[in-house]
Design a protein around this ligand. Sequence first.
Ligand SMILES: [Zn+2]
Length: 299
Amino acid sequence: MEHPPKTYRESGVSRIHGASPEQEQELSSQFSQETREPRLPLTELQKSPELKAFTERLIADVDDYIRSFGCTPVAISADNISFNDYSMMSDEYAEQIKRYQQRAGEHHPLSSVVSVHEDPITASRLRLAGIIVHELFHLHSYKALLQRPEGTTTPHRFGFRVYGRDKKILFHYTDEALVAELTRRFFERYFPSNPFLTDELKGTQSSPDPFLGDYKTTQEKEVLRHSYDNLRADLNSLITALWEEHQDQFAAKEDVFALFVKALFNGDIAPVSQLINSTYGQKSFKTLGSNSALNLNNK
Ligand SMILES: [Zn+2]
């Protein structure tokens, strides 16, 4: 049977509120262009064929996983995953980068680039995969901007995050919990059959608690630990509670989880908001947003 060609989003930015149709079209084609031909730093590592194939495999599997929820991923290639070439830098500069970029990876929302700070020459493939997959879920998340009357654009929505007034990012931690939980589930589903990880997985033991999902070498060295344990636990309890209240609407608890995932990638948070408000009362979704906000004023 022939399958219809796969559709993709051309960039992560799906909406620009407050822009005229012409402005929206112009900005959208600019973001698409930057996604297709990402601008990478001068210290960008030329990927070995093996590293390129490894990143391509992760991209393809993430793509597949997002489609399993009925969502559409952004069209990207291995060029959208950037590694530092530490051999091009003085030891001092490399040290500085590692110190300042404490996060192992980050995602640049408008250019659809994932920067991996971990050195792929020395790092465990399992750890690299964990970083890349987490950031890829951020990359594929729904994004909306707000066009200001004075002509500038500011972030409005990134995934589950809502950019509120007073430098507060509402639902910031809900978004991270969801991305981290998706990453953990992705591990279970795709890593055992990933040829680039087979050898390393043989030498590791996963935690007896699948929820923690950490991997250690047989010498008890921690290779990888899924991030945001507490936030993921909170999210999972919320999902369980919602499911228990609405078993008439959902055949399985997974269907409630899927509602959150769709909101992350499609941007439609209304079904989640309605479900939470109908369970805990009006405005309870809003309260969740403020309780899981990141306050940039404190930074
Ligand atoms: Zn994250």
